[in-house]
Design a protein around this ligand. Sequence first.
Ligand SMILES: NC(=O)c1ccc[n+]([C@@H]2O[C@H](COP(=O)([O-])OP(=O)(O)OC[C@H]3O[C@@H](n4cnc5c(N)ncnc54)[C@H](OP(=O)(O)O)[C@@H]3O)[C@@H](O)[C@H]2O)c1
Length: 260
Amino acid sequence: MTSFRDRYGGWALVAGASEGLGAAFAECLAERGMDLVLIARREALLDDLAGRLRERYGVEVRPVAMDLASPDLADALVAATADLDLGVLVYNAAFVPVGRFVAADADALERAVDVNVRAPVVMLHTLLPGLERRGRGAVILMSSLAGLQGTPRVAAYAATKAFNAILGEGLWQEVREQGVDVVACCAGAVETPGYLRSGKGRVPGMLDPETVARRTLDALGKGPRFVPGLVNRLVAVLLTRLLPRGAAIRLMAGNTGDIG
Ligand SMILES: NC(=O)c1ccc[n+]([C@@H]2O[C@H](COP(=O)([O-])OP(=O)(O)OC[C@H]3O[C@@H](n4cnc5c(N)ncnc54)[C@H](OP(=O)(O)O)[C@@H]3O)[C@@H](O)[C@H]2O)c1
């Protein structure tokens, strides 16, 4: 059986890797023998994680402190990775403005677009050609059940997650003949520091970050969209196929009414 490293090779980049799901992706990729570029703003967290992964798995790790919302992101990504044989790209970072859209800070809404939409577009436009040239590689885009329909109180965030799911699906078909597997992961609740900071408690179907990361890596090459967890898959069917659109939006509103 071909190993993950043999299939995709070389280095994996995780954008949004300092904690939560991104750190779990980093750990699962290191476990599969991948060397790593880890991107986030909090340098100390990245350095700690890098040290742990080098020691535990014997892989090379390059922590890169940067703001993915920065206007010169393309140049910064090239500078951080030009000497590496990149095989896997994970876009995991997100910014979530919570509350009524009309009451939100304009800066916060623009930041959500920069971090959740502009940055993955820039990252893929900059680095995906390299994966195509080498004829093998993988891309993971983090989306959410919140992106399957409009979601009140996180309306802008949910719209950015819909963007990522649809972008991933289009690329899945565009680059598969070049040997690149793409998957958009539409996760339900994941017990991450970011989730816990939102003030929401446990919900049915909630998964730990390691389970989501591991199952998403295993889903590469099996289809354009992946929903981790049986309960979440049932919820996704309910939201997208069984309920009328308005009812699906109201169901999500019941779930997001208490965050923030
Ligand atoms: N948690 C859930 O319940 C859930 C459910 C569905 C989907 N998701 C999706 O899963 C992904 C991860 O969620 P999470 O809960 O693990 O998020 P999180 O705990 O908030 O972590 C996000 C990561 O992104 C980094 N990041 C955020 N803004 C950044 C920026 N401007 N520049 C560089 N790095 C940045 C953060 O590091 P720094 O702060 O150090 O920069 C952190 O490492 C997101 O895309 C989210 O939409 C999560």
